[in-house]
Design a protein around this ligand. Sequence first.
Ligand code: PGA
Length: 242
Amino acid sequence: MKYILANWKMYLDNAESLSLAESLADVAVESEKTVVLFPSTLAFSQVKWALQDSSFLLGAQNVAFSPRGAYTGAVSAEIFYSAGARYALVGHSERRHIFGETDTAVRQKMQACFEAGIIPVLCIGETQEDTQAGKRQYRLKQQLSAVFSQLEAPIGSFLLAYEPVWAIGSGESCLPADVSDVHGFLQDEMKQYTKQPVPILYGGSVTKENVVSYTSLSEVDGVLIGGASTTVESFSRILELV
Ligand code: PGA
C-alpha cells in the first residue's frame, strides 16, 4: 500500500478548493493506493461532498486536543470525524514552529485522534541547525519519545511522516538515500513503542519530477505533499506516477 497525502495548507480559497476537488473526482485511484486530501477546515464539507463517489479520503490539517468544549476557533478530532475525516495531520512542522505547538500538545492531539477513531499522521523532522550539529537522530528520537512514552490512550493505527523542516516548501528535497537511512532508523526506533508495523511517509518538496525517487524505495510507504498537491495538473500526474 502506498499513501499519497495532499496537504493543501492555506493555499486555496473555497472556490479553488472545490474546483480542484471536482477536477480530481474523475481521476481513478487504484486499490493499492490510499489518497488522502487535507483541505482547509472551511472547504472540508464541500470537498467531501464533491468527492463522495470517489476513492479519495479526507483528513484534517489540525485538530484540537479536546473532543468538545469552550475552545473558540478550534475544531476537534471528534467533530472532524463526524464530518467525514478519517485522518489528521499532527505535529506538522508549521504547527510546531509557527504556532508554537509543544510536544505535550502534539501528544494530546495524537491521543484525541485515537479516541475519536481518526488515524493520525505524526509529522516529525529535524531543523537545519539540528543537522549541522549532528543531532538529526537525537531530534527524531526525542519527538517520538515525547509522544509515545507518555500516551494514555491505547495506541491505534497511525502513520509517521518524516519531514525535515528545511525541506518543507523550500524546493530543497532530502536525498532519497538519506530518506532510506532515516526511515530504517525510524522503523527500528518504533519497535520499542508498538508491535504493529508503522507506515512511514516522506514529505518535503516532493514534486512530480522527484516523487518516484521516494516511492520506489522499499522503506518509503508514501509521501506527504504540500505545494505540488494544489494543482490538478501536478497532483494528477503524481497519482499516475506512484
Ligand atoms: P511541501 O510541503 O511539499 O510544499 O514541501 C510538505 C508538507 O508541508 O507536508
